[in-house]
Design a protein around this ligand. Sequence first.
Ligand SMILES: C[S@@+](CC[C@H](N)C(=O)[O-])C[C@H]1O[C@@H](n2cnc3c(N)ncnc32)[C@H](O)[C@@H]1O
Length: 219
Amino acid sequence: MVVQDPHAAGLLLHDLSITVTEMFRDPDFYRAMREQVIPLLRTYSFIKIWHAGCSTGQEVYSMAILLQEEGIYDRTTIYATDFNQHALDLAREGVYAAEAARAYTMSYQRSGGSRSFADYYTSAYDHIVMDRSLKKNIVWAHHNLVTDQVFAEVQLILCRNVLIYFNKDLQARALSLFTDSLVSGGVLALGSRETLQFIDQEREFSALDVRQRIYRKKY
Ligand SMILES: C[S@@+](CC[C@H](N)C(=O)[O-])C[C@H]1O[C@@H](n2cnc3c(N)ncnc32)[C@H](O)[C@@H]1O
């Protein structure tokens, strides 16, 4: 029976969870991060960011690149969590198919990236390996948004393209975790098809960029 065999249960979970992701997914979102959120983060001496549902890590490395370019990565800790251990293991390795690099490069440029995306990885046969300097302030951890508790007190939470798979009750639970984890004035970023509208937590936030689904916790 699958449920009595942890290994089989893990494989089943891996198969069931949708882990599709990419670097600089929705480039305009990252542009908004650069222009509207980085200036807020700069005001803190130590910055803590939580990527909830980080999948295989591409969005986490995208953020690390952006923070490095903005000169604030050294004072940042990124907590990157997912309930899929296999995805987290791949994320920690930071090894991706070389054939994806071209699309990643275009998205990086469209997001406002000023360097060459190739500066951030080394090529090895048919793979690219993300640079070690990007990994140093990332803490990868298992966390289930449905059953686990508040993760840490942070200034920015990204939970993109995860809530879309939750029903209303589970969305409300995850959003209440985020509300409790954010400092006042902290920022919550959702995916392009996700919204706080019609959810109880809506009143706790004001919109920073409605189009990009970026919200700010009220003081
Ligand atoms: C479609 S991916 C989104 C990845 C990334 N955030 C992005 O936007 O590119 C959804 C991720 O949410 C994770 N996820 C789904 N349910 C979860 C839960 N209850 N707790 C934590 N992570 C979950 C999945 O394992 C998967 O990696």
